[in-house]
Design a protein around this ligand. Structure first.
Ligand code: GLY
Ligand code: MN
Ligand code: MN
Length: 454
């Protein structure tokens, strides 16, 4: 961090978050920021990302820092920069300046943290070096208390405050621009890497980073494809799942799928419209108290119905979903929580995603559902139905046997130019319904074609 601008709004936001946490627990908390991980030697590191739980209460992407929360009191632990660090990395704000920017009540060198660890709860950060420090520094581990902290953080972070929503809006806006640029730059004969570069350039030019590794691929059937070497061919669909992360750490997550030539083939258009119908139906239904699992089942039903209409599936849509036949083509969940993490709080496993007493299903059509809770105002979730022809699923002898009667394999063979389609938007649940934060990026087929043809 090279500069710091004191912000009364940030101080207020952080104080309110501490007060809300203090209403849920009765023990002090220490949260570590983490530190950069070495890439191939210590001075050459991967880009640093502060721990999200730390960011939520510290507001600043500090490295080698910790904060102690005790009621509404905030104490910062961080070392002053050394002349050697300044030589290589430039001047950094002083401890006092950082403490003032976040509204800390006190600030000490990191070496003094050990004297403030008695009885605290914490959560492990992702980098293993800091993780090891956490475990040894704390001595007495109290798993029950750490679990109470995790429960409280889930309760707080499930519903976003205005400051968080404002940051996610900023990230979403930049993601929209990145997708528009990617569509306009798409041309047969180029590689996927060129489109990825155009999209990420928009994000970087705004001083943001990507919230996760970009997916820009003509093989959308590989759900998290991170290869970019294919040359775009006429007739290909390009699936781009690219999202910006604001400098404050708040994420966005958008997928669009567009035809390389600027025109969907009739088969591509037919399947695209089925996926879009599932997407639109979920957004129509998204409001407080609705079970997210029911949105997943709704998307599954709309997909099944559409595939029956196209002659790919045979049977009654409800019965097809009960048999998990939709999962042959839609093998993942309808989406997830979005916040400081693109899959928010997944460092806690399913604690955030699954309401108390609920657990993952072992059903083929439900096992990858990442969120199974009633929606509540302030939540931001993704809605991301898709259609994929995954060889590992469709060529699996057991699945072919199990679904022999319900799939018209000859008809399916006519859709070979549809490998993977996903349409993903970020949806804020409001007191009376929802707001699609990424709605300014068109999802209608004609509008998408127009953007590619710009
Ligand atoms: N970008 C990852 C996901 O959509 O879940
Ligand atoms: Mn997503
Ligand atoms: Mn995504």
């Amino acid at each position: 961090m090279t500069a710091i601008a004191p912000s009364p709004t940030l101080v207020d936001t952080l104080r309110t978050r501490r007060e809300r946490l203090a209403a849920l627990i009765n023990f002090p908390v220490v949260l570590w920021s983490g530190q950069p991980s070495a890439r191939n030697f210590p001075a050459n590191t991967y880009p640093f990302r502060a721990s999200s739980h730390f960011l939520y209460f510290a507001g600043l992407p500090l490295t080698h820092a910790a904060i102690r929360l005790d009621g509404a009191r905030l104490t910062l632990f961080i070392d002053e920069s050394t002349p050697a660090a300044a030589l290589w990395h430039g001047p950094t704000p002083s401890r006092a300046e950082i403490a003032a920017a976040m509204g800390a009540n006190a600030a000490y060198p990191l070496s003094e943290l050990d004297a403030h660890l008695a009885g605290v709860a914490t959560l492990l950060v992702q980098d293993t070096t800091t993780g090891a420090t956490q475990l040894t520094a704390r001595g007495l581990v109290n798993p029950a208390q750490d679990r109470s902290l995790a429960d409280a953080l889930v309760q707080l972070r499930l519903a976003h405050d205005d400051a968080a929503i404002a940051e996610i809006r900023k990230a979403a806006q930049v993601s929209i621009q990145a997708h528009q640029a990617g569509m306009a730059a798409t041309q047969a004969g180029q590689s996927e890497a060129v489109v990825r570069a155009v999209m990420e350039a928009v994000i970087m030019a705004q001083g943001m980073t990507t919230a996760y590794n970009s997916i820009v691929t003509v093989h959308g059937e590989v759900l998290h494809n991170e290869h970019y070497h294919h040359v775009l061919q006429p007739g290909d669909l390009l699936l781009a799942d690219v999202g910006a992360e604001a400098s404050t750490g708040w994420a966005s997550d958008i997928t669009r799928t567009w035809p390389v030539t600027g025109n969907f083939s009739p088969t591509q258009r037919d399947v695209y419209d089925v996926v879009l119908a599932a997407h639109d139906a979920c957004i129509e239904m998204a409001l407080p108290a609705v079970e997210y699992r029911d949105l997943h089942l709704l998307a599954s039903r709309v997909l099944a119905e559409g595939l029956v209409d196209l002659g790919i599936l045979r049977g009654e849509p409800d019965s097809l979903v009960e048999q998990d036949a939709h999962a042959l083509f839609f093998p993942h969940g309808i989406g997830h929580l979005l916040g400081l993490d693109v899959h928010d709080m997944e460092d806690l496993g399913d604690l955030a995603g699954y309401a108390p007493g609920r657990a993952r299903s072992d059903r083929f059509g439900l096992g990858f559902l990442r969120l199974d809770r009633p929606l509540q105002a302030g939540m931001i979730v993704t809605i991301e139905p898709g259609f994929y022809q995954v060889p590992g699923i469709l060529q699996d002898p057991q699945k072919r046997d199990r679904y022999a009667e319900v799939v018209n394999w000859e008809r399916l063979a006519q859709f070979q130019d549809v490998r993977g389609i996903r349409i993903e938007d970020d949806v804020l649940i409001t007191p009376t319904g929802c707001e699609v934060l990424t709605a300014a990026l068109p999802s209608q087929a004609k509008a998408v074609e127009a953007l590619v043809n710009l």
